[in-house]
Design a binder for this molecule. Structure first.
Ligand code: XMP
Length: 555
């Protein structure tokens, strides 16, 4: 065993190249053998300034060749190269005429394929290890002889492939790095992509610059112009609709498209009443007034509250909010596309700017590269169904998708956002779940009163976290309102008020998280303000659970 996730299935779909035809950028393909860090390898390559794509291991040399890559990286993976289920190496990959770097399992595959000796070691090597470089070769040039490196493997290379030079060893790996420059083959047992390998990024950079001869000039920010040009080409003089949530992805997607086609775009923002304090106003101000994007704000608060009446079970709540949201958005999109129609029951719309998308056939989606990898998803069309509560609409309408963020990882979307002028506050906004405050009112039904209490408390927390300069350090910081009241004493009077919980976590990707050690004086200020300023609240508690076992949200 080398790594702890599962390799992509043999029939895992192959994502299309997210770059447009004829894009003039150097690319390196990372083949995913199931390592838990495979996405990270692709991101690190991009951080070096080279565009990268992550493809499932089984795609074969032909598919890789179509990308015209300047190099190929084989990722780590959980299998033993000797297991019958081990994902194999297509030997044709070694005949593409470009350098190949194997990492961990990838290195073992190379060694085994080319006549080296790979065996299961007595002891696995997991975590921090010490690397001793005996011969720097090209791959490890200008690096110290002794350096820490992160390992995660049991199979070990004992002899490098024929003609290759062993470069380094570690406590449990006789051959921890090798190279055969004549054949363009390179292998490292350790993980260069993780922060615990301090010279890892340098190793990747050497591979990309000095071995693959890539130009290190790719960056998400400098493809913004290219994306704008492409959207213009795709849309022509067509009309476009974009769902705006106020989050960073949809905001950046909307702004890119607006820069491309101006008022041919109309954004639709659905206020389900589960937003945080002033959030709707901020979106209206930012997009409607500041960026002058034609904007339809759908006030659907009543409709959502009505649907949520009496519902307490978390999954039921999520389902109702999700379904209702899609309904409202689709109704509005359809109305815009076919011309003005009356608002559905329980909704009101406010329009700012010159909304003129009758006949719209394009729909913007903020699909990210991580979504593309996970779904293997092709790009294409979305069919929006009309619902029986809106009269006079066609049965369904097909929109062509515009996905300007398909090639980008989340941190790259932020870079593009900053590049095209999205204010820092939006670029660095913490994630906020689609069902909003609906899943932060727990154990009881969602009511307007509770939403107001939660909004006030949440706004105090955000204000203080920002004032303490901690907002960007935290993955998320928010309040939860359980359906619990406790006894208190305020101004000599007995009170029976709500308990508010503070949840603040640090995380890299939300898969795991740790509770944030917020300073005591900050907590003190926040709690004091909440019980002082929000009449219904008389107690504040702190959630000190990590994920796992807790989730970040309470529902
Ligand atoms: P959990 O609670 O599962 O959350 O640890 C992980 C991350 O996902 C966010 N989250 C959601 N985001 N729609 C979203 O867009 C949802 O339904 C949803 N549920 C959870 C959560 O805020 C955290 O960042």
């Amino acid at each position: 065993m080398t790594d702890s996730s599962t390799p992509p299935a043999d029939d895992a779909p192959v994502p299309e190249n997210p770059l447009p035809d004829g894009a003039n950028v150097d690319e390196v393909v990372v083949l995913d053998f199931g390592g838990q860090y495979s996405q990270l390898i692709a991101r690190r390559v991009r951080e070096c300034g080279v565009f990268s794509e992550l493809l499932p291991h089984h795609v074969g040399a032909e598919e890789v060749r179509r990308r015209k890559p300047k190099g190929v990286i084989l990722s780590g993976g959980p299998a033993s190269v000797y297991s019958p289920e081990a994902p194999p190496l297509d030997p044709e990959l070694l005949n593409l005429g470009v350098p190949v770097l194997g990492i961990c399992y990838g290195m073992q595959l190379l060694a085994k394929e080319l006549g080296g000796r790979v065996e299961s070691a007595e002891v696995g090597e997991y975590g921090r290890s010490q690397l001793t470089v005996h011969d720097h070769g090209t791959l490890l040039k200008d690096q110290p002889d002794e350096q820490p490196a992160w390992m995660s493997h049991r199979d070990t290379v004992y002899t490098p492939p024929e003609g290759a030079t062993a470069l380094a060893s570690s406590t449990a790996s006789p051959v921890a790095a090798f190279e055969a420059p004549d054949r363009g083959l390179y292998g490292i047992q350790y993980h260069p992509e993780v922060v615990h390998t301090p010279y890892g990024q340098q190793t990747l950079q050497t591979f990309l610059r000095d071995i693959c001869h890539c130009d290190l000039d790719w960056s998400a920010a400098n493809i913004a112009e290219e994306q704008i040009r492409l959207v213009r080409e795709q849309v022509g003089d067509g009309k476009v609709i974009c769902g705006l949530s106020g989050g960073v992805d949809s905001s950046v997607a909307a702004l890119l498209v607006h820069k491309a086609v101006g008022d041919q775009l109309t954004c639709v923002y659905v206020d389900h009443g589960l937003m945080r304090k002033s959030e709707t106003e901020q979106v209206e101000k930012m997009f409607g007034e500041h960026f002058q994007v034609p904007l339809v704000v759908v006030d659907a608060k009543k409709r959502f509250l009505e649907r949520l009446k009496g519902v307490t079970e978390p999954e039921a709540k999520r389902k109702i909010i999700g379904t209702e949201f899609i309904r409202v958005f689709e109704e509005e999109a359809l109305k815009l596309a076919v011309g003005e129609q009356p608002s559905a029951e329980g909704t009101e719309t406010h329009v700012s700017g010159d909304v003129a998308v009758e006949g719209a056939r394009f729909l913007v989606q903020g699909t990210l590269y991580s979504d593309v990898i996970e779904s293997g998803g092709g790009t294409g069309a979305a069919t929006i169904k009309s619902h029986h509560n809106v009269g006079g609409l066609p049965d369904d309408l097909t929109f062509e998708l515009v996905e300007p963020l398909r090639a980008l990882f989340k941190d790259e979307v932020r870079a593009v956002g900053a590049e095209i002028g999205l204010p820092e506050r939006m670029v660095w906004r913490q994630p906020f779940p689609g069902p909003g405050l609906g899943i932060r009112i727990v154990g009881g039904e969602v009511t307007e009163e509770k939403l107001d209490i939660l909004r006030e408390c949440d706004s105090i927390l955000q204000e203080e976290v920002r004032a303490a300069g901690l907002y960007r350090e935290l993955w998320q910081s928010f309040c939860v309102l359980p359906d619990v009241r406790t006894v208190g004493v305020q101004g000599d009077e007995r009170t029976y008020g709500y308990v508010v919980a503070i949840r603040a976590v640090t995380s890299d990707d939300a898969m795991t998280a740790d509770w944030a050690r917020l300073p005591y004086d900050l907590l003190d200020r926040v709690a004091g303000r909440m019980v002082g300023e929000v009449r219904e609240v008389n107690r504040v508690v702190l959630d000190i659970t990590s994920k796992p076992p807790g989730t970040i949200e309470w529902e």
